[in-house]
Design a protein around this ligand. Structure first.
Ligand SMILES: [Zn+2]
Length: 410
């Protein structure tokens, strides 16, 4: 039996997969998701997908590379405490290290490995070695420039975006993790060159507590952050409907030249977060929507605390990219026993209710569309200056609010 919804004959992308045994071993050490990197890689391998991708060995990021975003003080402290796994350094609290981000020996090496892998993937896109580049062990979207947060010690997504910005004028970040991509949004909240779009659970007391509909960026970056707050229980069809409604506007008005997509799998049914009720089929439809733009696309992992379901999800997405239909039965491999009792690739949605009222979703979509219409339609001339078609009218000046990058067109 083949996995329904994965008939991807038309979708065969040239894909770079960042991998080395050492990299996987390093990522396996992350205490919140032990051995997850191995489980994901082993399932991708067991389905025979490696032979369809270019496998590229990641490099380890230098401190200078990580300092493109993170502060020297944070990186130096991470390096210092990493030597002996000192969890009691009094300064650690200032850098967000402790409770959610425990200090273990070698944590700096882990951060440098993840950061380097995403940089390697981004470089492959710049060098046109692939149309899509994957780092499933990346996507740590909560880390701030001087602070670890939410299991994230390095914000590799930010590093990847900065790398792509070396060549591409406008980079779009799309985050479908259960949690708000706050670290990435914060990093680019003052620029119009990077648009961040995050769909996430937004509920009192739910981490990180940011990402309300009205949070749209600051200064020159105002209107370039898009937040789609959702409630528990959302399933594939409605999620896809919201996603496409928002992304159509984003694509038209921002006209990105490259995309970074964070595909955290803590939205899956069966995740211990017990919030959304998604399956890999729904996420794959969202991914296909983005891939249909035919832009250089960097794919990252993220959350995902039901390790078997996370491996199912990212393997299914890898198959989607490669136009491969995957058998429902999990192939025999090292982690086979983790996939019981059904040993199948599919994830069935649970019977939990969808708490998202249609009226609320309609309001979210219409508010985002209105925001674009009233504030971002002046970007069309900017878009046209980079497009192959000449502008049909004289570009408008941005001067109306004085809060955006007037130098772009004036
Ligand atoms: Zn998450």
């Amino acid at each position: 039996m083949s996995c329904k919804g994965n008939s991807n004959e038309t979708l065969k992308r040239k894909v770079v997969y960042v991998y080395s045994p050492q990299y996987i071993e390093t990522c396996d050490s992350l205490s919140k998701v032990p051995n997850r990197a191995s489980m994901v890689h082993s399932l991708i391998e067991a389905y025979g997908l490696l032979q369809h991708m270019s496998i590229v060995k990641p490099h380890v990021a230098t401190i200078e590379e990580m300092a493109k975003f993170h502060t020297d003080a944070y990186l130096e402290h991470l390096y210092k405490i990493s030597q002996d796994g000192d969890n009691d350094d009094p300064q650690s609290g200032d850098f967000g290290l402790g409770y959610d981000c425990p200090v273990v020996e070698g944590i700096y090496d882990y951060a440098a490995a993840v950061g380097g892998a995403t940089l390697t993937a981004a470089q492959c896109l710049l060098d046109k070695r692939g149309e899509v580049a994957i780092n499933w062990a990346g996507g740590w979207h909560h880390a701030k420039k001087d602070e670890a947060s939410g299991f994230c010690y390095v914000n590799d997504a930010v590093l990847g975006i900065l790398k792509l910005r070396e060549k591409y004028e406008r980079v779009l970040y799309v985050d479908v993790d259960l949690h708000h991509g706050d670290g990435v949004e914060d990093a680019f909240s003052f620029t119009s060159k990077v648009m961040t779009v995050s769909l996430h659970k937004f509920s009192p007391g739910f981490f990180p507590g940011t990402g309300d509909l009205c949070d749209t960026g600051l200064g020159k970056g105002r209107w370039y952050a898009v937040n789609v707050p959702l409630d528990d229980g959302i399933k594939d069809d409605r999620y896809f409907q919201v996603f496409t409604s928002v992304m159509q506007e984003v694509q038209t008005l921002f006209n990105p030249e490259a995309v970074v997509m964070q595909l955290g799998a803590d939205t899956m049914a069966g995740d211990p977060m017990c919030s959304f009720n998604m399956t890999p089929v729904g996420v794959a439809k969202c991914l296909r929507h983005v891939l249909d733009w035919h832009l250089p696309t960097l794919l990252l992992g993220g959350g995902g605390y039901n390790l078997a379901n996370t491996a199912r999800c990212w393997t299914y997405l890898t198959g989607t990219l490669l136009g491969q239909t995957l058998a429902s039965e999990i192939p025999d491999h090292e982690f086979f026993t983790e996939y019981g009792p059904d040993y199948s690739l599919e994830i069935s949605p649970s019977c939990r209710p969808d708490r998202n009222e249609t009226k609320h979703l309609d309001t979210v979509i219409s508010t985002i569309k209105d925001t674009f219409t009233h504030h971002l339609n002046v970007t069309v001339p900017l878009t046209l200056t980079h497009a192959t078609h000449p502008p049909t009218s004289k570009p408008a000046c941005w001067g109306c609010s004085g809060s955006r990058e007037t130098q772009d067109v004036c």
